[in-house]
Design a protein around this ligand. Structure first.
Ligand code: C2E
Ligand code: MG
Ligand code: MG
Length: 700
């Protein structure tokens, strides 16, 4: 490779000598000669020169200034001074200003000149590369997010990059020379205790790299904390000797925050922010350990909101969601800090009541929950009423693990639903058998419609003064091929819980309307047929339409249809109920309030609904023992109903005493075994043709 050498001197002899010195290596050097510094500097800007040999005494510049100007123009090009003697003060000064050395005229003919010149050029190249790398490394270190701190062998800081400055809060200048402990102040995230020994000193001692414990916090200069993750390694020189330590660390606060959030999401229910199944199982496992150690018990409450599905369907999911949030708040207010309310999904909640001497406290909490939930929830301008059924299991009696305890509490909850909802039940072993039975009933109910196993029986309602039949109530009967007639109340509950009541109820309305029309067509005096309607049926979107369709299809005049609903149906969503009842009234369909007195509504509350008939629940009639009996409730209901001009029907009249009492109190109508049990359509037709009740009573 040809090296371009610029020679700056006004002395042609020097040039000649140089040329002769380098002459033997012609292929290696090309010499350019200029006399003035100004023309030299101009030449340097034109193209690359590999080395400069300069006599500092030039016509246009003299002394060290000549060197300085050249150096300023090309700091990366090696410059050699040329002087008369081997050593001059000026040449030495030039070395301290950056010169690569001095050539004495006395040695210009030396054979080593070409080699020395080549060495100088090469060394400058290496130095230049090294400098470039250093600058590049500095830029790289300052642009990364990782903080880098270096120390010497005594643990004193000799380097910080920009991130380290930012994270520690110490400037480069301030930190330089300080002991690592003063700047890199770390503690354990959980205990806030500093580590026994700063990892820097451990690395200095052991000469091996190491990482920091997870969860390490860096205390910044202003006292704030930063979660960091880092490693500490020895710095070694070319020979492998340790010369210091480098700490590389980064801020993981956001990552930790994120992972905390993810962990929370994985363990909590999105809608209510309550612990989910996963976290609950964990807490139950802890409760088991604690209960075993302290020989105490704890209880699991399984809650299912009564008829929640219906609210969701009729008022929309948004309202349903808000109701669940409102329920969550109330549940949380009923329990202690150490207990856990969790949502299992849908309208199911599980509560873990932590260790207690005896499971008995569970019923106090259950009672409290029933009471607190019963108050109306005001959501989207609706006043919503919701009740819940609660099943309770107790550790260790009802299960040794979370899964069994929850399953048994769930079974007990079904027991609570079966006994009329809005109550609680403790788990008993027989319940498991019942749960299986339930499942079986549900699966059989699914095919009962297809197999035409349903039938309607009709029970007359009688005018207590005249004895005339005023109407009939259609009551569903299920004649199962193997089980025979099954208990209506029980299978209706299963049908309601599974939603099967909708197709079944639809069939009932159509069948009842068609039967009533058939009676009329055979010449029997027309009268009303009453059909029982469950809450879920009533609150379907298209309920009024399906009633009207049944009337159209059967050809029955709407005034001969009566619908029996219970108070709880109205209470659930008063506004929507009132609108629907009005639509039915406009169609001339009558409404009877069934099982009256068992709910919580007052008669004055009922005034807002277009109701035609009140049916006093049979439990009150059952209480009547003698004609002189007080039977205050029955008397009050009859009195008030008469005032409101509603027709009153006493349900479940079984004997003459009850009949006499009711007549005395001016009760208009009665229904019960004393007059007639529910009968098949044909048997009832016979009775209606005769219109003589004695016949029927005699039939039984
Ligand atoms: P409910 O509407 O209050 O019907 C009266 C119940 O009392 C009927 O029971 C009837 O057989 C019974 N009963 C009649 N007279 C007497 C008496 O003198 N003494 C006693 N102890 N009981 C008497 P059933 O047929 O077992 O029905 C039970 C309940 O099932 C009904 O109560 C009603 O709530 C529901 N239900 C019946 N059929 C249907 C239906 O088609 N759809 C719906 N959604 N529910 C129905
Ligand atoms: Mg009824
Ligand atoms: Mg009833």
């Amino acid at each position: 490779m040809l090296n371009h050498i610029l020679v700056l001197t006004s002395d042609p002899i020097e040039v000649k000598m140089l040329k002769s010195a380098l002459g033997k290596s012609k292929s290696l050097f090309k010499i350019e000669w200029l006399k003035l510094l100004s023309s030299g500097i101009e030449r340097l800007s034109a193209s690359n020169i590999d080395a400069i040999i300069v006599n500092l005494s030039l016509p246009d510049s003299n002394g060290i200034a000549t060197f300085d100007k050249l150096f300023a123009a090309v700091p990366n090009t090696p410059i050699l001074t040329l002087s008369l003697l081997e050593k001059t003060e000026l040449a030495e000064e030039a070395v301290s200003h950056g010169s690569q050395g001095n050539l004495s005229k006395a040695y210009l003919d030396s054979k080593i000149i070409p080699q020395a010149l080549l060495d100088i050029i090469q060394r400058k190249h290496v130095e230049q590369n090294f400098n470039q790398e250093k600058v590049r490394a500095e830029i790289a270190l300052n642009s990364i997010n990782d903080a880098v701190i270096c120390t010497d062998l005594s643990g004193k800081i000799d380097y910080l990059n920009a991130s380290a400055v930012k994270m520690t809060g110490w400037s480069k200048k301030e930190a330089h020379g300080l002991h690592i402990n003063e700047v890199f102040h770390i503690v354990d995230g959980a205990t806030h205790e500093p580590p026994l020994e700063n990892p820097v000193y451990m690395v200095l001692e052991k000469n091996v790299p190491m990482g920091l414990n997870a969860g390490t916090l860096l205390i910044q200069r202003n006292g704030e904390e930063l979660s960091i993750e880092d490693s500490v390694s020895p710095i070694r020189d070319i020979r492998g000797e340790m010369t210091g330590v480098v700490i590389v660390f980064h801020d993981i606060s956001t990552e930790r925050e994120m992972s905390k959030k993810m962990e929370h999401l994985a363990q909590h229910d999105f809608l209510t922010n309550l612990p989910n199944r996963l976290l609950l199982n964990d807490r139950i496992a802890q409760a088991i350990t604690l209960a075993d150690r302290t020989e105490t018990q704890f209880a699991i409450l399984f809650l299912d909101l009564d008829n929640f599905k219906h609210i969701n369907d009729s008022l929309g999911h948004e309202t349903g969601d808000k109701l669940l949030q409102s329920v969550t708040e109330r549940l949380s207010s009923c329990i202690r800090h150490s207990d856990t309310v969790s949502r299992q999904g849908g309208d199911e909640f599980v509560i873990l009541l932590s260790s207690s001497k005896h499971g008995l406290e569970a019923n106090l909490i259950a009672n409290k929950i029933l009471k607190v939930l019963n108050r109306p929830h005001y959501i989207n301008k609706n006043s919503l009423h919701i009740t819940t059924s609660i099943g309770i299991s107790v550790y260790p009696a009802d299960g040794k693990d979370a899964q069994t305890l929850i399953k048994n509490a769930d079974t007990a909850m079904y027991g609570a639903k079966e006994t009329g909802r809005n109550n609680y039940k403790f788990f008993r072993n027989e319940m498991n058998v019942r749960a299986v039975e339930r499942q079986l009933v549900e699966s059989q109910l699914r095919i009962a419609l297809e197999k035409q196993e349903f039938e309607l029986h009709y029970q007359p309602k009688v005018n207590l003064n005249t004895g005339a039949i005023t109407g009939v109530e259609a009551l569903l009967r299920w004649q199962h091929s193997n089980w025979g007639i099954t208990n209506t109340k029980k299978f209706i509950t299963v049908a309601e819980d599974s939603g099967l009541i909708i197709p079944i109820g639809n069939w009932v309305i159509r069948e009842a309307c068609m039967q009533a029309k058939r009676w009329i067509d055979t010449g029997i005096k027309p009268m009303r047929v009453a059909v029982n309607i469950s809450a879920i049926e009533f609150h379907q979107d298209n309920f009024v339409d399906s009633v009207s369709q049944a009337l159209i299809d059967s050809g029955l005049d709407a005034k001969y249809l009566q619908l029996e609903i219970t108070e709880s149906v109205l209470m659930r969503n008063a506004d929507a109920s009132a609108t629907m009842l009005q639509q039915l009234r406009n169609m001339q369909v009558q409404i009877a309030l069934d099982d009256f007195g068992t709910g919580y509504s007052s008669l004055s509350y009922l005034k807002q609904f277009p109701i035609d008939v009140l049916k006093i629940d049979q439990s009150f009639i059952n209480d009547i023992q003698s004609v002189n009996d007080e039977a205050i409730i029955v008397s009050a209901i009859i009195g008030m109903a008469n005032n409101l001009k509603l027709c009153v029907v006493a349900e479940g009249v079984e004997n003459k005493t009850q009949l006499e009492f009711l007549k005395m109190k001016d009760c208009e109508e009665g229904q019960g075994y004393y007059f007639s049990p529910p009968l098949s359509g044909d048997l009832l037709a016979e009775l209606l043709t005769e219109n003589k009740l004695e016949l029927v009573t005699a039939l039984n």
